[in-house]
Design a protein around this ligand. Structure first.
Ligand code: ADP
Ligand code: 3PG
Ligand code: MG
Length: 394
């Protein structure tokens, strides 16, 4: 793989894949970690007189234009980090108009509209990747957090351009490598709202001695055991996978919640109460782990030499349901274990609660860091390796 740090590219147009999939609330960015992590690469490319096309996804808009997912809302925040440059927003990510604007404009930084407004992005479509690439001379991946996705702007695009690993990607890989062969016992904590993370668990068993489950994944496992979860977040796909995981010999490594904080209304002020894991009522929504579970989690974590955590343990955006995330974050800071914590929202929580400084590494990657640490070669990284062989530079 070609690290950008060892090359000088100048006077080119660069397709720079970033991951600006940031936590948003009423169109306001809650945590700029992902944006900040790309500054070094952008400044380096600017210094060498390149034009930079920033390309990112935002959320999961399902292959169609949806205003609430427009990357236009990111522009003011990105602009703040580059006060001397006028960043131009482009209302699409492919097409003749986009190309001619880039070619004619005196701007040095452009921001493309959300890549996932095209279904071809997630399909890793070669023609789409070619269209993305066609105005650029080189490709830089500075998007560790999405490098576990074989998507057009992460994977296929490297067929068309000499490709480099940006400073952020290089740093993430170097930091995470330290935990690739973890000192054991190694404990993983998986929470959050993305139910597809359940697919990582089988792989994770190889590296983790215990996997502590929080967030919405908890409910897939409860439902798999026929325990009612009321209105809590789940889907049928993850329940089916949970059932197969529970049948494996590794199931004993899973530590599931023993209690929750529940409410009847999705509102920050609504009344809440504690329930045991098997006493969630049909009209209740579980939004955080309860005190018994926090105690059990600490009991396991105390013995670990390596801890890997992705996904908030509750609906931390509302103070009432932030306790488990805060308590476990604070507890990790008191341990001597290596602590790797990652994910857009998880990093947001760690910064918001002033806990990040006590952790070994806060990664921009959630699913990406879990897949990397489970030993998988991420498609985005593989593509850079292949590209190095395909495009021999003089
Ligand atoms: P990350 O960005 O750290 O990888 P995810 O994107 O998977 O994490 O999930 C973050 C979201 O998970 C947060 O917005 C949080 O509110 C939500 N979450 C955590 N626990 C629950 C829960 N019990 N029910 C619903 N959402 C939850
Ligand atoms: C993330 O936030 O973990 C990355 O941006 C990847 O997003 P995705 O899970 O929607 O692919
Ligand atoms: Mg997230």
């Amino acid at each position: 793989m070609r690290p950008l740090s060892q090359y000088i590219i100048s006077n080119q147009t660069i397709f720079l894949r970033v991951d600006y999939n940031v936590p948003l609330k009423n169109h306001i960015i809650q945590d700029t970690t992902k944006i900040k992590s790309s500054i070094k690469t952008i400044n380096y490319l600017l210094k060498h007189h390149n034009k930079i096309i920033l390309a990112t996804h935002l959320g999961r808009p399902d292959g169609k234009f949806q205003k609430e997912f427009s990357t236009a809302q990111l522009l003011p925040s990105i602009q703040e980090y580059f006060p001397k440059e006028k960043i131009t927003f482009l209302p699409d990510c492919i097409g003749k108009n986009i190309h001619s604007t880039i070619q004619k404009s005196s701007s040095k930084i452009f921001l493309l509209e959300n890549l996932r407004f095209y279904k071809e992005e997630e399909q890793n479509n070669t023609h789409f990747a070619h269209s993305l690439a066609s105005v650029s001379n080189s490709y830089v991946n500075d998007a560790f957090a999405v490098s576990h996705r074989a998507h057009a702007s992460v994977h296929s695009i490297t067929q068309f351009l000499p490709s480099y690993a940006g400073f952020q990607l290089e740093t993430e890989i170097n930091q995470l490598k330290l935990a690739l062969n973890p000192k054991r016992p190694c404990i993983w904590i998986i929470g959050g709202a993305k139910l597809d993370k359940i697919n990582l668990i089988n792989q994770a068993f190889k590296k983790a001695d215990y996997i502590l489950i929080g967030g919405a994944l908890s409910f897939a496992f409860l439902r798999a055991k026929n325990i009612p979860i009321g209105q809590s977040k789940t889907d049928t796909k993850s329940i089916t996978i949970a059932k197969t995981i529970l049948k494996t010999k590794y199931a004993k490594k899973l530590i599931l919640p023993q209690d929750f904080i529940v409410t009847q209304t999705m509102s920050p002020a609504a009344k809440s109460s504690f329930v045991k894991y098997n006493e969630i009522q049909p009209n209740q929504i579980a939004l955080d782990l309860g005190p018994e579970t926090i105690k059990i989690f600490k009991h396991f974590l105390r013995k670990a030499y390596t801890i890997v955590w992705n996904g908030p343990l509750g609906y931390y955006e509302w103070a009432k349901y932030a306790t488990a995330t805060k308590e476990i974050g604070r507890f990790l800071g008191t341990l001597t274990a290596t602590t790797i914590v990652g994910g857009g929202e998880t990093a947001d929580a760690m910064h918001k609660f002033h806990l990040a400084y006590n952790l070994t590494h806060v990664s921009t990657g959630g699913g990406a860091s879990l897949e990397f640490l489970s030993g998988k070669i991420l498609p985005g990284i593989q593509a850079l390796h292949d590209n190095e062989k395909k495009f021999k530079l003089k």
